[in-house]
Design a protein around this ligand. Structure first.
Ligand SMILES: *[C@@H]1O[C@H](CO)[C@@H](O)[C@H](O)[C@H]1NC(C)=O
Ligand SMILES: *[C@@H]1O[C@H](CO)[C@@H](O)[C@H](O)[C@H]1NC(C)=O
Ligand SMILES: *[C@@H]1O[C@H](CO)[C@@H](O)[C@H](O)[C@H]1NC(C)=O
Ligand SMILES: *[C@@H]1O[C@H](CO)[C@@H](O)[C@H](O)[C@H]1NC(C)=O
Ligand SMILES: *[C@@H]1O[C@H](CO)[C@@H](O)[C@H](O)[C@H]1NC(C)=O
Length: 589
């Protein structure tokens, strides 16, 4: 419930609207047992994302059981928030399974937000990766917003680690991937043979030893196939064999723990051979730990012991963990399926096990069996990463009110880091080196973004010209495409991607000096393997703030260039103080 005193004094939430017309046209009248016919959040997701942007400082906030306790704060704690609710439950599904956000409703919300005079729009909503811009409500709404110089940040999607899975790829959007923060919730298990297996959990429980079974050994006959054995899918576990036991499931989350519980199991060990430390936890209803080391050890132990057992060790919050950041396994990856000549995602930000406010009209697991009411909850996704970037954009707008949304995006991208807290390159959760297709320009560094030195600016017309060359300008009929079309790679973007380079290509870029009045920048190049990169001129001298200089980048495929493989490189302008770094991705057909 809204506290009127707080509202009047602090004006945190200054607006809230909801959009149902398209939803009701598609699904029929909203069932009021599924959601409120109002902006009120029955899910928790909107409360989580908006408090990540603008929540005030709250001491001693924590997840259930005190996990992750400390002072919680939004990225821009003095920002005011206007909420536009566009996502609604899908009849017949729990909110844990998902919801739906329809294009017309989203477009109406964009229009209202623009008319309301917002400065930044944060959209933690995924979209179909192959949908052209002209059919994509978020892309269209974001273009209208960009025209009024509103920054739009969107989540990259949670369909990784598959390539070509990134969504919200329009170049006028800041597309945000998800990476870790230096905090884990350590919860190892100890097998009866004393083998310790690392794991994480945000379900509060005490140390206890349980008899252990492997799900595939305790299934109802005929309920699984060789592809679903051991997955703890609904209705597969035999109560007679599971009662009172801890069940090891291959993988899983909320629904697997609920299946174990409904079959009478008392604890769950969720295997996670692929994702390493990058697993997103939830506060389950029974003790449950996600283990991320070799599952073979668990099988061997279970199969070779008459009465196997496991001890679950209560979760403990550890901060300052290394290496950090690393990429979340689920974060959607580039290249862009519809326009590979623009590198996407643009940036990565914290999105793994993020603590933020939660709606008291929801529950942590968002299923009917969960009756718990919490003020804070831990959630994971690019939905959690996007509001971090939106908050930084809001801060940058406050510091530099005259910057365009392209300048703000440029500042965020060119100052990002690609190394972790052990001084090596950022990796994926399995430890292999990540690339711009995972993180764009890198992991966000807000303080550095305030003073980027140079920015790659772009105007509304530049984006329309890009559209002409990419898929055709079908979004603004008042703009006529020229006869001679540039390449989509020519958009003055802070990264450079060329998807089908034959021989050699030259693109132009311009940078605006937003740093010191008199400065001299020189360029450093790390070329993609098999390519020659030449930048001309190699030094840029500025004598005024706001001065604009151009340079050209020529990329030439050499005989050693691999075919049909994107190679990655970088170029960096530096005046000795600022490092203005841009990723390059290039492929030969
Ligand atoms: C912080 O919260 C915990 C658990 O909710 C409580 O036990 C503790 O007293 C609180 N500490 C302060 C300083 O408020
Ligand atoms: C667990 O199993 C081991 C053998 O695997 C056995 O030595 C130990 O006593 C068991 N512990 C409990 C608490 O049952
Ligand atoms: C649980 O086990 C861990 C690891 O052995 C130990 O550090 C911790 O103190 C134990 N907790 C309690 C409450 O006994
Ligand atoms: C699973 O079973 C199907 C047919 O029942 C078979 O074609 C397939 O090869 C099996 N897959 C594995 C991984 O054993
Ligand atoms: C960028 O371009 C816009 C016009 O599109 C202009 O208003 C702005 O001053 C330029 N420079 C910066 C740093 O935003």
């Amino acid at each position: 419930m809204l506290n009127v005193f707080v509202f009047v004094l602090y004006r945190k939430l200054i607006g809230a609207r909801y959009y149902l017309r398209s939803y009701e046209a598609n699904y029929g009248p909203l069932k009021t047992r599924l959601d409120f016919r109002s902006p009120r959040d029955i899910d928790g997701h909107g409360t989580h994302t908006s408090s990540t942007i603008g929540g005030r400082r709250v001491p001693n906030a924590s997840s259930i059981g005190g996990l992750g306790s400390g002072t919680a704060t939004g990225g821009a704690p003095l920002a005011r928030l206007a909420i536009y609710k566009v996502c609604w439950p899908i009849p017949g599904q729990t909110l844990a399974e998902g919801n739906t956000c329809l294009d017309d409703d989203m477009l109406a919300a964009f229009d209202d937000a623009i008319a309301d005079g917002v400065h930044v729009i944060s959209v933690s909503i995924g979209t179909d990766t192959s949908r052209p811009y002209k059919n994509d409500g978020i892309a269209i709404g974001a273009l209208h917003a960009m025209k009024r110089n509103i920054v739009v940040a969107c989540s990259a999607g949670n369909s990784g680690p598959t390539t070509y899975s990134v969504s919200n790829v329009a170049p006028w959007i800041i597309t945000v991937g998800a990476s870790s923060i230096d905090r884990i919730f350590s919860s190892p298990i100890v097998l009866g043979n004393d083998m310790i297996i690392e794991g994480q959990s945000i379900t509060p429980f005490g140390n206890r030893t349980y008899p252990l079974v492997y799900a595939a050994d305790v299934e109802n006959p005929g309920t699984t196939t060789n592809l679903t054995r051991g997955l703890c899918l609904r209705g597969t576990l035999s109560p007679a064999l599971v009662r009172g036991k801890a069940v090891f499931c291959w993988r899983g989350g909320t629904f697997q723990t609920l299946e174990v519980q409904s079959a009478g199991g008392v604890a769950t060990v969720l295997g996670n051979a692929y994702e390493g430390r990058g697993v997103g936890g939830r506060p389950y209803l029974i003790p449950a730990t996600v283990v991320y080391f070799n599952k073979i050890d668990i099988f061997n132990y279970i199969e070779t012991n008459r009465n196997p057992n496991v001890t679950l060790i209560q979760p403990k919050t550890l901060i300052g963990t290394k290496p950090d950041p690393f990429m979340a396994p689920f974060t959607s990856r580039g290249p862009s399926a519809i326009e590979p000549n623009i590198l996407k995602p643009d940036i990565t930000a914290p999105g793994l096990n993020i603590l933020a406010a939660w709606s008291e009209a929801s529950s942590p697991l968002k299923v009917p069996a969960d009756k718990r009411v919490v003020k804070y909850n831990i959630d994971s996704g690019t939905s959690m990463a996007c509001p971090h970037v939106a908050a930084v954009a809001a801060l940058l707008k406050a510091i530099h009110p005259d910057w365009s949304s392209a300048a703000i995006r440029s500042a965020i991208m060119t100052t990002a880091k690609i190394t972790n807290n052990v001084g090596t390159q950022i990796t994926n959760s399995q430890g292999n080196i990540a690339t711009p297709f995972d993180y764009g320009a890198g992991h966000i560094q807000p303080s550095k973004a305030a003073d980027p030195g140079l920015v790659y600016n772009a105007s509304y017309n530049d984006y329309l010209l890009f559209l002409c060359s990419s898929s055709g300008n079908l979004l603004d009929p008042s703009f006529k495409c020229p006869q001679q079309l540039p390449s989509p790679s020519d958009l003055n973007y802070p990264s450079l991607s060329i998807a089908r380079l034959q021989g050699s290509r030259t693109v132009k870029r311009t940078v605006t000096n937003v740093g010191t009045k008199s400065s001299s920048y020189s360029v450093r190049i790390n070329p993609p393997q098999g390519y020659l990169v030449q930048i001309s001129p190699t030094t840029l001298d500025f004598s005024a703030v706001g001065e604009i200089k151009s340079f050209s980048i020529t990329i030439t495929a050499q005989s050693t260039a691999k075919k049909s493989v994107f190679e990655v490189g970088w170029y960096t302008w530096s005046d000795g103080i600022h490092q203005v770094r841009s990723p390059i991705t290039v492929a030969s057909p």
